[in-house]
Design a protein around this ligand. Structure first.
Ligand code: 5GP
Ligand code: ZN
Length: 114
């Protein structure tokens, strides 16, 4: 996707501090953090949103969830807990249309979310 910011980060055209990378996905800090730890996990494949997933993406997204879990444990984030967020579409506040999962940690989070 030529005009996708996150595809450009995957291709290293736009710089980001890569915190994790596999053949499946990458993770980098959110440019505008909302928690002491705020990391974005994205598949390398351009998928617009959760709504656009198909059964072909089963392995990609399944692996991504395990990668998030393993990364969180490598940082001992499971001790106090963390939140994974996916925003889909306008009402949820999605601003970048390459599917991504926010890993938020380092403070307490409200429920229900705002
Ligand atoms: P969304 O609102 O779509 O769920 O989340 C998009 C996130 O991407 C936002 O939290 C925003 O701060 C972050 N973001 C937008 N552009 C960039 C960028 O160029 N680099 C990084 N690291 N994060 C970005
Ligand atoms: Zn993309």
């Amino acid at each position: 996707m030529i005009d996708c910011i996150f595809c450009k980060i995957v291709k290293k055209i736009i710089p980001a501090k890569i915190l994790f990378e596999s053949e499946n996905s990458i993770a980098f800090p959110d440019i505008s953090p909302t928690a002491p730890t705020h990391i974005l996990f994205i598949p390398k494949k351009h998928i617009e949103s959760l709504d656009k997933l198909s059964i072909d993406d089963e392995k990609i997204i399944g692996k991504l969830m395990i990668e998030i879990s393993e990364f969180a444990r490598s940082q001992s984030l499971e001790k106090n807990g963390y939140r994974i967020v996916n925003n889909m579409g306008k009402d949820a506040g999605q601003t970048v249309f390459h599917i991504h999962f926010h890993l938020l940690a380092g403070r307490e989070f409200n429920w229900p979310p705002g």
